[in-house]
Design a protein around this ligand. Structure first.
Ligand code: C2E
Ligand code: MG
Ligand code: MG
Length: 685
């Protein structure tokens, strides 16, 4: 039941009010003077007050004012009543905080309506306030409210959770009990300055928990003012940033360090290099940059798996770090590429010494699960300011020097020189040209005859790529390696196969005696998962049979990935292709493993043929090769035969065929057709 307190000295009015209000179900109490009225507010705890202005002891204005100054009662609605309804009076009522005013004599129904409406409003306000309180109580942000003097009047549970202090422990205290001692005077001065000037301060602040731990928090402090603009309270909202800071550190770590090896990554490397160069500029010293690439990492990864590959990378990172000085930065740039920045380099020789140390450190094998792992590195070195002005220049030149090491046998280091640059430019020029030539289908195929040593007749041809460029013909030895490293070889070999197929078709249609043609495959071709399908599609399209074609592979190509090479070659053989091993003797020269592969022809490398007449060693090797190949049911053909002496020797040891200038150089299409038509034979002397 809602309670109404009537403070009124006119008995008649009181009686009338009692009648009406009680019939509406309100609980009523009366007071006749102001002083007593205030006491009754305490004891009766009314929901609404009807207050006369003209009273004895204290008048209605005084009662209302004192009510409003008391926080506890400030929200009780007050309706003031007076027979002096001049504007002045009414305005004053509202100024001192009354909610409503009625002039006497009043209509009872109207008063009742006002009472009801104020009670409803109060209820609504109360609900709203409760809701706000609930939000604050359950907020995950800590909340502290102090009075104007800075004494804490309220804290929420989140405050206690973060600081470790219960509400009872801090109420009435100053928030400086939380100070960590990490901020100087000026910090707090600035905070207060901002609070007084803008009514607000926001920032990061280090505080101390009850347990003593110092922690970071993000806080917003607001000065709360009353209607006169006087600050009555301060409210602070804050959250603990410990976790966020930790995550930030983790994020930073991840952005700058390689997660596998725990050494700086490319990003940090570039930062440090730029810094080192700027410093070197000021202090006039040098900076050395090593570009380090593992020589056989792909092989380790492919054959032993990624897990082992990871172990190798970690071990390399460790060894590199051991070789470098404290001030140097060792980083992993990507995959199997590492780098060392030699800050504060005084003597170029020093760079060479460290490079040697690195090569030496990596030359020792390490052991992992019964595997003895080896990896060597190729190192390119560029020096600021000798080899470039910017970090990008230096890195590019170190990279270039590293490539040069790769081209010349790996496991070595090389300083950048300008001639390398020239070479690189030439190479880039070739690369661009090659790409364009492949796009424009600007290639020729020359065909070189293979001759049978018993009959002297041409028995087959080898297709060899030719690149006409700027009026000359570029040799495959110049462009095939580039095509391989750039991956262009796959497209190039497809093109050569198409041209060869079209040539075979033409030969079949125009001349009676057609010959089989061999084409050369490259390592990259064997890595192409669709190789067989691609080749089959092409020969079908041109109407050429697999038995008209022969595929040449080299030892180094198939030894790279023996299992998959066996599989691919077997499939080709099943389709009807014959397969030959090219440049035999230059690679691993192990005949025994060749039995694993479905090869039918062996081509002895030109290197053995060249000195056949002068070198007895070469003679006995050639003899052994022929003997063993025959034992394995393979045909033997000698490459690059130029002289009669070579020819005679090869015949004497039972070699089956030859290919070489002694009979014919590789010839363009129409010339080779003429040659076939002429029926020319090799004079066997
Ligand atoms: P290869 O397959 O061993 O080809 C034989 C090379 O020896 C050819 O060089 C040929 O012109 C040369 N030659 C033959 N007889 C003689 C001789 O009596 N004296 C001398 N001095 N040289 C002779 P070429 O055409 O320069 O090709 C070089 C290599 O480039 C080839 O070696 C082959 O590995 C590769 N190649 C050529 N065309 C292609 C192609 O279309 N695709 C692929 N993947 N590689 C190719
Ligand atoms: Mg060949
Ligand atoms: Mg060859």
């Amino acid at each position: 039941m809602e309670k109404v307190l009537v403070i009124e000295d006119d008995e008649h009015i009181s009686a009338a009010l009692k009648l009406v209000l009680e019939s509406e179900g309100y609980n009523i109490a009366f007071s006749e003077d102001g002083e007593q009225g205030i006491d009754m507010i305490n004891s009766f705890n009314p929901d609404i007050i009807l207050l006369d202005i003209m009273l004895s002891q204290k008048n209605g204005f005084e009662v209302c004012s004192s009510l409003r100054s008391n926080e506890e009662y400030s929200s009780i609605p007050v309706i003031m009543m007076s027979s002096y309804g001049e504007t002045n009076n009414i305005v004053k009522c509202f100024q001192i905080g009354a909610n409503d005013f009625v002039s006497k004599p009043f209509n009872m129904q109207e008063l009742l309506a006002r009472v009801k409406s104020h009670l409803l409003l109060k209820e609504l306000n109360y609900e709203k306030r409760k809701l706000k309180e609930k939000v604050i109580e359950h907020s995950i942000e800590g909340v502290t409210i102090t009075d104007a003097q800075g004494s804490i009047s309220y804290v929420n549970p989140a405050f206690s959770k973060v600081t470790g202090y219960s509400a009872e422990e801090v109420i009435g205290k100053n928030p400086n009990i939380l100070q960590s001692g990490r901020h100087g005077k000026s910090f707090y001065q600035h905070m207060w300055g901002s609070l007084l000037k803008y009514g607000k301060w926001q920032g990061e602040i280090w505080n101390r928990r009850k347990g003593g731990e110092v922690y970071p928090q993000m806080a917003t402090i607001t000065a709360i003012k009353n209607s006169d603009g006087v600050i009555t309270n301060y409210a602070a909202m804050f959250y603990d940033m410990t976790e966020i800071k930790k995550n930030q550190k983790e994020i930073e770590y991840r952005a700058y360090y390689d997660s596998l090896t725990k050494i700086p990554n490319r990003q940090l490397f570039l930062d440090r290099l730029t810094q080192a160069i700027n410093r070197a500029k000021r202090e006039e010293h040098m900076v050395g940059v090593f570009f380090i690439d593992l020589d056989n990492f792909k092989h380790i990864n492919d054959s032993l798996g990624h897990a082992t590959g990871d172990i190798v990378l970690r071990e390399v990172a460790k060894r590199l770090s051991n070789c470098a000085r404290e001030v140097d930065t060792v980083s992993r740039l990507a995959g199997d590429e590492f780098s060392v920045i030699q800050d504060d380099l005084v003597d170029i020789e020093e760079a060479g010494v460290v490079a040697k140390r690195i090569i030496d450190a990596l030359s020792h094998p390490f052991h992992h699960e019964n595997n003895e792992l080896f990896t060597t590195v190729s190192i390119g070195i560029a020096i600021y300011p000798l080899n470039g002005e910017t970090s990008a220049d230096i890195l590019r030149n170190a990279d270039m020097a590293m490539y040069h090491v790769k081209d010349f046998g790996k496991n070595h280091f090389q300083f950048f020189t300008d001639s390398l640059n020239e070479k690189a430019m030439k190479r880039r020029d070739l690369e661009d040209g090659l790409r364009k030539a492949i796009n424009d289908d600007n290639f020729l195929v020359y065909y070189q005859p293979k001759v049978d040593l018993k009959s002297g007749k041409m028995v087959a041809l080898e297709a060899l790529a030719r690149w006409p460029r700027n009026g000359t013909i570029v040799s495959p030895t110049d462009f095939i390696p580039i095509a391989e490293t750039t991956g262009l070889i796959t497209s190039l070999d497809k093109l050569i196969l198409q041209k060869t197929c079209s040539f075979i078709k033409k030969m079949q249609e125009t001349i009676s005696s057609t010959l089989n043609v061999s084409i050369n495959l490259s390592t990259k071709d064997l890595e192409n998962l669709h190789l067989i399908r691609d080749v089959m599609d092409t020969i079908k399209r041109f109407g050429v049979k697999a038995s008209n074609l022969e595929l040449e592979v080299t030892e180094s190509m198939i030894i790279r990935n023996v299992e998959s090479a066996i599989k691919i070659l077997q499939e080709f053989r099943d389709e009807g292709f014959s397969l030959s091993i090219d440049d035999f003797g230059t690679g691993y020269s192990s005949l025994s493993y060749l039995t694993k592969f479905p090869l039918s022809i062996l081509k002895i490398d030109k290197a053995f043929i060249d000195d056949l007449e002068s070198n007895e060693n070469s003679q006995s090797i050639a003899k052994a090769i022929v003997y063993m190949a025959h034992a394995m049911k393979m045909l033997v053909i000698a490459e690059g035969v130029e002289t009669q002496g070579q020819l005679d020797f090869l015949r004497s040891i039972g070699c089956d065929q030859i290919q070489g200038y002694i009979f014919s150089k590789p010839l363009p299409e129409d010339e080779v057709v003429e040659l076939i038509k002429s029926g020319k034979t090799l004079s066997l002397g």
